[in-house]
Design a protein around this ligand. Sequence first.
Ligand code: S3P
Length: 430
Amino acid sequence: MASGSVKLIRPVRNVSGSLRLPGDKSISHRYAMLGAIAEGPTRLKNFSTGADCASTLACLGTLGVAWDRSDNEIVIRGEGPTLRAPASPLDCGNSGSTMRMLSGILAGQSFPSELFGDTSLSRRPMARIIEPLEQMGARISSAEGNRPPLGIAGGPLAAIHYAMPVASAQVKSSLLFAGLFARGQTSIEEPIRTRDHGELALRAFGVELHRQGNQARIAGGQQLRAIEASIPGDISSAAFFLCAAALFPQSNLTITDLLMNPTRARLLDILLAMGARISVAQLEEHHGELVGTVEIEGGTLKGATVAGSDTAALIDEIPVLAAIAPYTSTGVEIRDARELRVKESDRISAVARNLRTMGARVEELEDGLKIPGGQDLHGAEIDSEGDHRIAMAFAVAALRATEETLIHGAEAAVISYPEFFEALEGVVAR
Ligand code: S3P
């Protein structure tokens, strides 16, 4: 059982009210990293409050980038592409995004650097960035099995054409960032379309980037221009509230200023198909990212099958979708989700184990889960396994359970959404 704080979740009648979420984690990481190598002050409002993005900021500080946080704004004082050699190893905490994407920038610097993480990050695969960055000319050492810590001997890079074997937006961004430092045109091809925040952020900072089908191409040596931005609310954090509201026919929840980027909003399509009523209004575009207000009313939910490109598009939302699956009429089947086994925890087995603890029947597959519908869950003692999305997913499942639930290791939520439990209490009706 994960040690740390325990949260008690009592059943509710519905989920209603209005919410605005802290800035999207994926965009916050990218704007911070690109702001660090741009010229001039980058001003970011509604930056993610999660510990993961704080890890990125701390690493940038160690690399000589001045930044400060006041009220709801972070200012990153970039001085161009050349960073300062770090006096100590860079602590990426729990954040795979920090380690993988920053590696792309560090590969092109003229100094060596070392990156390490916590126990969970130290188990995660890094071959996916080591191999292509080495093809570009970087030399990277790692622990057994290509795990962290990483030692990067930065230096001159050469452009490559790289067809990524794994669908990963972190890898794609890492290589496009490295492409900025490479001689020639780097082109990256992904097997399935993944989130495109890296491409949109690069363009926002004034970089010329070409997209054709599943390929993105970038020329090295381009200068970045600082930006001012307000970061849209994190849709992966909103997912917990959307799924919670969907569970109760009398729910009526509004989420304002929410990221609506089509490569991230697939959960809305799935919930609609399952029978939730959803409307989107006030759509706007900021630095290429769509933002809008979402209103959701719950209902009797049907099940769903999630596979192929849907799985890749929904990867961070699968734990919560699976956690509410027993309450649907026909159940949920998740396939092609092997990547979930190498996230902050093995999310396939963590979901299966915790659902069984709540009394559900679940079939665990190598690449997913089969969860029959029409099941009632009872209150239980949940183990977050130190994984933020597992802690929050089961807080949602607990809202419709027959008794109280205890979430052990609830503090893991700080990784992406420190205010989660407070915000949840603010929109539930008992
Ligand atoms: C992310 C991409 C996904 C996702 C992670 C954030 C990003 O990881 O699971 O939470 O910001 O690019 P992968 O790139 O490993 O698929």
